[in-house]
Design a protein around this ligand. Structure first.
Ligand code: ASP
Length: 431
């Protein structure tokens, strides 16, 4: 059987929802649908989830969420009317939710109601059973999925019916509604696929798969037909955003294939993501700005045991958690997300590092970007050398490289202002 997850754009209005039904009707293996909250109908529209967070912000200030909530209610009612569903029942559910938000049920409950209502609507429209993830998906305090989830959800799906489950949320072990991070319905879909022991996890969105480069940067970027779990994880880590990077973990162990598909172009085969295999060649390039570079230098630095660990512990105290590292003979470079620390925090941190570790030099530089060349056997391919030559020819300076630590990805650091141009130049030269 197949688990299908539909993203917000696939549920944005009546027209989109009809497309979802047609997709489900055409293949009887598609028996579990996981749904997001309605997304934007056009570029200037609002996402229901964003509006719900606004409602919560109002409630936190002891103000009524009504002005924003009325717009949310209007969208659901419009959809229900167009699909000829029971509007009275929906209005009652909406009133209930508005009262709960105003009563201060909090951000997770409030945000989760977008998916909850979407799931209710879809279940009645399709005539499928509604499964509330708050009763099945147990989310630990740190956001990870509690194994109890699979016991409970597998038993529910074992009845072999047709189910609609809202994405994005579950509950704590104590039964309090809790959401995943933004875009988390991908994770819910993967959980459902694993619990149902699905043959395939289809992830329906508004693009025809993962692209070899961000199509907003490279206009004619092509869709990647086949990818491995690791390649998706590593592409997402350096900025590709089609699929939530945490959504690989639930299907990883069972090796369930993921197919990224386009609700607006259901004939397109999309991108197939499969368990890791011995593929080779370059599949994609992505880049992400917003990094700072911390450089530490001290003669004979690594002669002191535990130095690296002690330095990292100090960084954590200031909220800095490096994403990438480079080690020299007497130096360390760490790249971290600039948003993790303000200038004054960084100032205090560098002072303390210098003093406590008697460092010869500490510098922090903002404005960096990291590019990832992702493929198979990257450590044996010429892609890296070709990319470097293309950057040199375009006059783009390389600030760092990480080659050989993974055979899936080679990382290249450039200035943030060069990031998009670097992606274009490399795409043109290598694809
Ligand atoms: N609606 C949620 C969000 O906007 C979750 C999702 O769509 O995956 O982040």
């Amino acid at each position: 059987m197949t688990v299908c997850k539909f993203g917000g754009s696939s549920l944005a209005d009546e027209k989109q929802i009809r497309k979802v039904k047609a997709i489900l009707d055409v293949d009887e293996r598609r028996s579990i649908a996981v749904v997001s909250a309605p997304g934007k109908r056009d570029r200037n529209d609002e996402k229901i989830t964003d509006m719900l967070y606004e409602c919560n912000a109002l409630a936190q200030q002891n103000r009524s969420c009504r002005p924003v909530f009325d717009r949310i209610a209007h969208r659901y009612i419009e959809i229900a009317k167009a699909l000829k569903l029971d509007v009275d029942r929906l209005s009652m559910a909406l009133d209930d939710i508005r009262h709960n938000i105003d009563a201060g049920r909090g951000g997770d409950y409030t945000a989760s109601r977008g998916e909850y209502l979407s799931g209710q609507l879809m279940a009645s429209y399709l005539g499928w059973e509604f499964v509330d993830p708050a009763d099945y998906i147990v989310i630990n305090g740190d956001g990870t999925v509690n194994p109890l989830t699979y016991e409970r959800l597998s038993a529910r799906f074992a009845e072999g019916g047709h189910y609609v489950m809202p994405g994005f949320y579950g509950a704590t072990e104590q039964g309090v509604v809790k959401t995943f991070s933004r875009g988390g319905s991908d994770i819910s879909g993967a959980i459902a696929a694993r619990a149902a022991d699905a043959d395939l996890y289809e992830n329906w969105t508004d693009v025809s798969g993962m692209y070899a480069a961000d199509p907003r940067i490279v206009e004619d970027a092509r869709v990647i037909e086949d990818l491995t779990y690791t390649q998706v994880r590593e592409l997402s880590d350096v900025g590709a955003s089609v699929f939530h990077e945490e959504a690989i973990a639930p299907v990883f162990e069972k090796g369930i294939a993921i197919n990224i598909r386009n609700t607006n172009d259901p004939q397109a085969p999309g991108t197939m993501i499969r368990p890791d295999s011995a593929t080779s060649g370059l599949v994609g390039i992505s880049g992400k700005g917003g990094y700072s570079k911390l450089k530490l230098r001290k003669l004979m630095m690594f002669k002191r045991p535990g130095m690296r660990h002690a330095l990292l512990t100090m960084l954590h105290l200031y909220g800095v958690r490096p994403s990438y590292s480079l080690f020299g003979i007497d130096s360390i470079v760490w790249f971290f997300e600039s948003s993790q620390a303000s200038d004054s925090v960084l100032g205090a941190m560098t002072e303390r590092l210098k003093k406590d570790f008697a460092l010869d030099d500490v510098t922090v530089e903002r404005g960096h970007a990291i590019l990832g060349l992702v493929g198979g056997h990257m450590d044996q391919s010429t892609a890296f050398i070709d990319a470097c030559s293309a950057l040199r020819d375009a006059g783009i300076r390389i600030n760092c490289v990480n080659y050989g630590s993974s055979n899936t990805t080679t990382l290249i650091g450039v200035g943030e202002t060069d990031c998009n141009r670097a992606v274009q130049v490399i795409y043109k030269a290598l694809f």
